[in-house]
Design a protein around this ligand. Sequence first.
Ligand code: DGP
Length: 141
Amino acid sequence: MGMVNEKTIFTRIIEGELPCYKLYEDEHVIAFLDIQPLTRGHSLVVPKEPAPSIDQLSPTYAEALGRALPPICRAVMAVTGARAYNLVQNNGREAGMSVPHVHFHIIPRYPESTHSFLWEYGEIDSTDASKLAESISEAMD
Ligand code: DGP
């Protein structure tokens, strides 16, 4: 484990210290190809702010990230020919995050793609759900 304030690999890419296959860059956001692609065209969209999880991202960078995502998705789909894709965003080691710097994965899906995301769902409990929704709604800052 590095120190909290140690630069992430993505900050080093943003600062030009490490190379990448760059797709897009503006003042707040960079996008490049993932070097461990699940499928061809697997891309990462990264805010330049080094927030370790999305709940810690500032409004300015969140807005820029949200704005950049649709056109980058469109370009990846247009060039790869994929007609479906997953947008995946992990937060925290237990959630599968290996680089603690906010990033969205754009993962194109092809007819021959075999990857899967484990999704074993249960049933919603209506008593708990109403309390839960109310509590989360009240917790919004
Ligand atoms: P996650 O598990 O959500 O933290 O995904 C991190 C992704 O980053 C993973 O798919 C591999 C990719 N990755 C790690 N190091 C590098 C790097 O140096 N360059 C690029 N382009 N991608 C990287």
